[in-house]
Design a protein around this ligand. Sequence first.
Ligand code: PLP
Length: 266
Amino acid sequence: MEELLVPGLGQVRVFLLHDDNKPRKLKYNLGHTRLLTFGGAWSNHIRAVAEAGARHGIETIGVIRGEEHLPLNPTLARAAACGMTLTYLDRDSYRRKDTEEVLARLRARWGGDVTILPEGGSNAAAVRGCAELPGEIGGDYDVICCPVGTGGTLAGISAGLPEGRRALGFAVLKGAGFLEGEVARLQRETYGRTWANWAINLDYHFGGYARTTPALDAFAAEHGVERIYVAKMLYGVLDLARRGAFAPGTRVVAVVTGQPSTPVEA
Ligand SMILES: Cc1ncc(COP(=O)(O)O)c(C=O)c1O
């Protein structure tokens, strides 16, 4: 962990922890022979599943939102090169991808033995993988901060926290109040209980998913961080620290969940 030394934080200390959440979310999802999952055309999750499938000898199917565009963009080209079968779902069906109706259609087409991972990979196995993060942190801290797209990362981090520590997620989507219900649902699904040690800040979405502003772009460039998730979270952390939202002396760990060079989408 490296301390982020920027002016204006007062007695709040912010540490950056580089820890990609995608391997953690996939770790306990890999014991299958065939995996099917969902994502947009720039989905980092799709690519991560394709790469893990190639590494572990798992057949993978990527259900992509919208229509096929050729040539494939770099994300989908990489997924295809890893052996992933790409298929496309119209936007209306894609919105209903978690309903029994659409899932039954997919099972009928791809075989009942296929294991279906939700968009963003957030299921109970992913939560268990992410719950291992706090225990691996060397050094003391009070709050762990992370970006929130589908909620699995925050649900896991919260569940893995030692007594007295807190987790604070930053929603990257606009109007994302529903994510609180999602995080609680994921914790219940995984452990049969919820935790009261987490919260989600909804104020740093910068216009919505994958939206940006000149200020956010400048911030991401200055800190060399990925823009869609990590920059929003880190901007929020520093802004809250400067506004006195953390008590003096608070040690904040900001989890850098992805790298800037990769196009990222939940
Ligand atoms: C870099 C990065 N950070 C954070 C997230 C959000 O994680 P979650 O969907 O578990 O909330 C994602 C999702 O894919 C991501 O790619």
